[in-house]
Ligand binder design. Sequence first.
Ligand code: T3D
Length: 259
Amino acid sequence: MDKVLLYEVDRAVAIIALNRPEVLNALTEQVLKELGDALVRAERDAGVRSVLLTGTGRGFCAGLDLREVDPDLPGRIDMHVRRDFNPIIMKMQQMPKPVLAAVGGVAAGAGLSLALAADLRMAADDARFVSAFIRIGLVPDSGASYFLPKLIGVSRAMELALTGETLDARRALEVGLVNRVVSRERLGEEALAWARQLAEGPTYAMGLTKRMIYEAAEGSLAEALDREAAYQGWAAGSADFAEGVQAFLEKRRAQFQGR
Ligand code: T3D
């Protein structure tokens, strides 16, 4: 039987590929278990400095394997989501290494969530993003309700989540759902090159940066206002601020010195 998940390390990049192409990499309990284990392995391996998550075949991931839905599901779905999906999403966000998702074809339902939980997203020009939950009478899970509004704003997130409409790659780039779009033919190569570039960078600082950015996004308005006031105090004490004001009053271009 084919492996449902592929894992390899290529020059400090852990490449994790969902591998059920015949069903657009739909997620079974086994895939989720292996994906969770692969992420832990990548996090623990000191030789791994970035992670590339992708799917084989024509799709990235079509979400939960709907053939696994049985009459017992309503009774155990809460536990199933908590046990099988949520730890994966937390691990992607919390591991101190950059995680890049390379999305070719469709990312639907929990497959969309996996793409959203990555730190960066590269899409092929044939990529499609679908909050498919509502199409089958479910609500967004695996972090989709959290990430979507953060990435594209409440209004757009609401529209996608309520309508289940498809966002194509061009539009996904426009609204900030993905960072870069490349041709389908070049997705593998370009994503690996980007993951390598990350892996060759100051990944200790990247780990801290990732944490800082996510924590800042969590803060309250009061905390943000506090931080702004403190930093503004430092900025206003700089020579550049004095020069900026002086240049404005003298109607000339400011000569900043970076101090
Ligand atoms: O308990 C819990 O875990 C709750 C958590 C839920 C999280 C979720 O992810 S809910 C959302 C589940 N996913 C979906 O509802 C998406 C279902 N799939 C689709 O709507 C469409 O397949 C796509 C829009 C994703 C892609 O459409 P298209 O036309 O490109 O491909 P296709 O022809 O529909 O699919 C190709 C094959 O993959 C097809 O098999 P076949 O007919 O060639 O043998 C199709 O049945 C299969 N497939 C696609 N998605 C799934 C799937 N098989 C099982 N599960 C799927 N999710």
